[in-house]
Design a protein around this ligand. Structure first.
Ligand code: AVJ
Length: 320
């Protein structure tokens, strides 16, 4: 079996949702953070997205890990692998196998904000890697970095280019927080989606089958269920646009008419004008010099960069 530690509670999660939504819907433009996409339906839809032809990041990252995992293992020499956003899938296993093959790995610390998903992932890994010490931690990497267990020669993996969901200031705070918990023998492995042809980027977030549209609209069902809201998904449209200034995809939900939405549990009545858009996610895309600068500003040195042949995606290793 495996150890578990829990820093997020249902009450804590509910409070975080309430304050995120109350604050976000009072902003102009309105916005709701993407962390709330991932209820059970949202997680299933995201899994489906990762298999779409248009959505290249997952398969690009998997191919890079498959090709260079041994180099990553040699470069890190990790005794502990900590994964922010616990996988149970093939990418986690590629890293575990390479680190075990290097003869250094002793423990795996999956970290995820969803306790159920975390325990399910950890159980699957524990079954397949009985020799590993597994310490599953239910925590929110936005708030609990300093509480995470320490680890000698630790490799912290933050894959999927999920760092792209953060705006620059948030990234600076997050990278600074990571630097704050990294000892001199720790390293950071980051998945990085790169700037590319605008039409490919938009298609990756607005697929022809409408899976991403369903993923985006599912957020309204989450808010209806968790906050007693009366969003009508038929009165919103999925929008994915490329913001050339900030070099990021933005996903939004556009109101099709003048309407008012009641969020009973927050005591709010929120007006939406026809064509008004509520932002639900940013997915920043990166260039290597910019990544180097952001890591350096956080006190981290870009030590390795493993890219795919088409220049679509990269996985990099950074050290204090
Ligand atoms: C899981 C956050 C990396 O931003 O590409 C996929 C989520 N959103 N399709 C991303 C997502 C729309 C994904 N991350």
């Amino acid at each position: 079996m495996f150890e578990t530690e829990c820093f997020v509670t249902p009450a804590d999660t509910e409070q975080a949702l309430r304050s995120d939504v109350a604050r976000g819907l009072s902003r102009m433009p309105k916005e709701v953070p993407p962390k709330w996409f991932y209820d059970e339906k949202g997680s299933e839809l995201f899994d489906e997205i990762t298999r779409l032809d248009e959505y290249y990041p997952t398969r690009c990252e998997r191919a890079i890990l498959t090709k260079y995992a041994e180099d990553m293992a040699k470069s890190s020499g990790a005794v502990t692998l900590m994964e922010l956003g616990a996988g149970s899938g093939d990418k986690t296993r590629i890293l575990l196998d390479a680190l075990i093959g290097e003869g250094t790995l002793q423990s795996y610390v999956p970290v995820d904000v969803s306790r159920d998903f975390l325990l399910d992932s950890a159980a699957k890994i524990a079954a397949d890697y009985p020799e590993l010490r597994i310490h599953a931690v239910a925590a929110d990497h936005d708030r609990h970095l300093a509480l995470l267990p320490d680890g000698e020669r630790r490799l912290i993996a933050f894959l999927g280019s999920t760092i792209g969901n953060m705006a620059p200031q948030e990234r600076a705070r997050f990278l600074g927080g990571l630097r704050g918990i990294m000892g001199p023998d720790n390293s950071l492995l980051l998945g990085i989606d790169l700037v590319k042809d605008r039409s490919r980027l938009v298609r990756a977030y607005d697929d022809v089958r409408g899976v991403t549209a369903a993923f985006n609209l599912n957020l309204l069902s989450v808010l209806n269920r968790e906050l007693g809201a009366d969003f009508d998904p038929m009165k919103f449209r999925h929008v994915a646009v490329w913001d050339d200034v900030h070099e990021r995809i933005e996903m939004r939900l556009r109101s099709t008419c003048d309407q008012t939405v009641v969020l009973r549990d927050l005591g709010l009545k929120i007006p939406f004008a026809a064509a008004e858009e509520m932002r639900t996610e940013i997915s920043s895309k990166f260039r290597r010099p910019g990544v180097q600068r952001e890591l350096a500003a956080a006190g981290l040195e870009l030590a390795h960069w493993w890219g795919d042949l088409d220049g679509d995606y990269a996985v990099c290793l950074a050290r204090p």
